[in-house]
Design a protein around this ligand. Structure first.
Ligand code: AMP
Length: 110
């Protein structure tokens, strides 16, 4: 399958990894929108949140907490975003969650 994030997870394309476990791979966004911008990605390929199941969401939730701790932004706060489909401006069709923080984020989201 020709999927950029599958290739990063497999180590075929370099990724700036910050966390990995059996189910999740997390790495720094190549075009950061905030001082902390980490992509939290289920290893199993699924296109977007519409294909996601509860067990995977549990893995994602655990990883969000862990990466926020590792990045030192648990106390100050952060934002989680997942873009879905055309109107959601999803550019990579492998489910991922943006973890954004390290500064005061904008109050607008759209
Ligand atoms: P989205 O637009 O929600 O699909 O997010 C895709 C994200 O992947 C964007 O924020 C890109 O900057 C990021 N991205 C694209 N290619 C790479 C890469 N090779 N390594 C890290 N992040 C990437």
């Amino acid at each position: 399958m020709d999927c950029l994030f599958c290739k990063i997870i497999a180590g075929e394309i370099p990724g700036n990894k910050v966390y990995e476990d059996e189910n999740i791979f997390a790495f720094r966004d190549i075009n950061p929108q905030a001082p902390v911008h980490v992509l939290i990605v289920p290893k199993r390929h699924m296109e977007n949140i519409l294909e996601c199941d509860g067990e995977t969401m549990q893995h994602v939730l655990n990883a969000i907490k862990r990466v926020a701790q590792l990045e030192g932004i648990s106390a100050s706060g952060f934002r989680i975003v997942t873009n879905c489909g055309r109107d959601g401006a999803q550019s990579v069709r492998h489910l991922h969650f943006h973890l954004l923080g390290g500064t005061q984020l904008s109050e607008t989201m759209a």
